[in-house]
Design a binder for this molecule. Sequence first.
Ligand code: FES
Length: 153
Amino acid sequence: MDIAFLEGVLQKNGYNSEALIMILQDITANYNFLPKEALTYISQRLNINLSQIYGVATFYKALSLTPRGKYIINVCLGTACHVRGADKIMESLEQRLNIHEGETTKDWRFTLQSVRCLGCCALGPVITVNDRYHGGLDREKTLKLVEEFEKKA
Ligand code: FES
């Protein structure tokens, strides 16, 4: 565990227990998930009950207690995207990456997740890859996108 990194995160957030979500986001930005050791450390340093931290960590979809891939793909399966073929986008990704929703590829490059509306329904079907939105997708465009990220990884 990188104690210097964790201390930097705590310092940046003023050692303030009310900034717990921001602290967890900063840890996630570095590790792509929340390592147990980091949560234990934060709990001790901020004098917050570990169960309270786990409560927050499991509430927000952007946070994860399990390791995730370099690229986190969120496929919107909300109503507006669904009627525009979101299921086919998910199916294409599952086949292409050889994983199911909620899983990560063996090479740790991709994690595939679903969400219920990304707030830009007019662009559907929409996915995000990490923080970037990609709309107006069809099977072909989706597979091309994966290819581009594979080249970057
Ligand atoms: S339903 Fe997909 S962005 Fe709203």
